[in-house]
Design a protein around this ligand. Structure first.
Ligand SMILES: NC(=O)c1ccc[n+]([C@@H]2O[C@H](COP(=O)([O-])OP(=O)(O)OC[C@H]3O[C@@H](n4cnc5c(N)ncnc54)[C@H](O)[C@@H]3O)[C@@H](O)[C@H]2O)c1
Length: 384
């Protein structure tokens, strides 16, 4: 497989070309022949023009790439190595929403041939690839897992907006369904990952490794958030405390803040879902989630308290919120906790103006019911 990919006798496809899928597809397209598949025709049309719909990559990143973008499932029939990088969100009840992943598995299953490889990159709970995805691949293809086709898992660790830790510079974890498939998958990824590939002992181990990276980060931030609530009552500045504590060699540096986006605040729920299914209700992980999910409202309540202390008339007051995306320097508004801050301020009848040079006003209006001012200013007074 590896040699045939390198000689361009076989094709590699990436299914789902978002924040994760497009960079990996373009990186591979400098080494092998790639099909970039996405169900979103509008996004595919942009990529055909050398534009990244997620706003992370430059036009020049498409230069010299051997890639064909398509939304036609039949184009996948000529592919031998599939990489699946579709979203794995949660629903309104914080339950895993596997619909994109299962749908992508149906698409790949229909194109699967003897000898093919499928590698999942989407973040999932341990067991998902083998219990939820592989049966669909078998059912759609009529082929037998392991004897007819191989499956692996290789989680993505990129951090949108981060220009330092880019795909090729982050060690990639990879797992296969047998030692032979692991070696093939690792060698394929080594084509594009300069930092190297860590060979995990099983698919479940690789799935678990990814999910705990984000769970650990979520919990550490939750601890900082809780400390900031406690120190506020003690009238101590949290940042000064963290600066002092940070002088110890083994004190971990985390800061309080809003935990939004579709990774850190979402992935722990995949783990807690599976844990509950197996009879253990996680306490520490869910407590952390509860703290972090409540921080938007807390920030708004503190703001209103401080305004009242300054003698401001809350109902006539105008608050300017600068930044609406889920974190700095990205266009992504999904699961932005800034919306929680705004909603809670509105609960106090405060008038809120929002500016953000990165975010799309229409998208915000659709998702959260508020738009953006083009720039901060006293004269503009849109209705929120
Ligand atoms: N964004 C990150 O920072 C990041 C980092 C590490 C891991 N991950 C994980 O990677 C996965 C992908 O995340 P993302 O941020 O790239 O998502 P995204 O929303 O940016 O992109 C997903 C793409 O998949 C397409 N898609 C959806 N369903 C599809 C289907 N059935 N077939 C083909 N295409 C389909 C969408 O149109 C979209 O273009 C998720 O599991 C996520 O948790 C994300």
């Amino acid at each position: 497989m590896y040699e045939e990919l390198v000689r361009k006798e076989k094709l590699l496809a990436v299914i789902g070309l978002g924040y994760v899928g497009l960079p990996i597809a373009l990186a591979f397209a400098r080494k092998v022949k790639v099909i970039g598949f996405d169900i979103n025709a509008k996004r595919v049309a942009m990529m055909q023009e050398g534009m990244d719909p997620s706003g992370e990559l430059e036009k020049s990143d498409f230069d010299g790439c051997d890639i064909e973008f398509t939304n036609r499932p039949e184009d996948l029939k000529k592919v031998s190595f599939f990489i699946v990088a579709v979203p794995t969100p949660i629903d309104n009840h914080t339950m895993p929403d596997l619909r994109p992943l299962l749908s992508a598995s149906h698409t790949v299953g229909k194109a699967l041939k003897k000898g093919d490889y499928v590698v999942y990159e989407s973040t999932v709970y341990p067991g998902c690839t083998e219990e939820d995805c592989i049966p669909i691949l078998e059912q759609e293809s009529g082929l037998k897992f392991r004897t007819d086709f191989k499956v692996g898992y290789s989680p993505e660790r990129i951090n949108p907006g981060d220009k330092e830790h880019t795909l090729s510079k982050i060690t990639k974890v990879a797992a296969g369904c047998c030692p032979e498939s692991l070696e093939v998958i690792a060698k394929v990824y080594e084509l594009v990952v300069e930092a190297g590939v860590h060979r995990a002992s099983s698919i479940k181990v690789a799935e678990a490794a990814k999910i705990i990276e984000n769970t650990q980060r979520d919990l550490n931030i939750a601890l900082m958030n809780e400390l900031s609530i406690i120190f506020d009552r003690m009238k101590i500045n949290t940042y000064e405390v963290l600066e002092a504590a940070g002088t110890k060699w083994n004190f971990l540096r985390f800061s309080p803040g809003l935990v939004g986006g579709h990774c850190i605040g979402v992935d722990p729920y995949y783990l807690t879902y599976k844990s509950k299914e197996l009879g253990h209700t996680p306490k520490v992980i869910l407590s952390g989630r509860q703290i972090n999910d409540g921080m938007g409202a807390y920030v708004a309540q503190k703001t209103v308290q401080l305004m009242a202390k300054q003698g401001k008339d809350i109902v006539k007051a105008r608050v300017l919120v600068m930044g609406a995306t889920f974190k700095e320097n990205v266009e992504d508004i999904r699961n932005s906790k800034v919306a929680d801050v705004i909603n809670e301020l509105k609960n106090f009848s405060v008038h809120v103006d929002v500016v953000d040079p990165m975010a799309d006003s229409q998208e915000l209006q659709q998702e959260y019911g508020f738009g953006l001012l083009p720039e901060p200013g006293r004269k503009q007074m849109p209705s929120l």
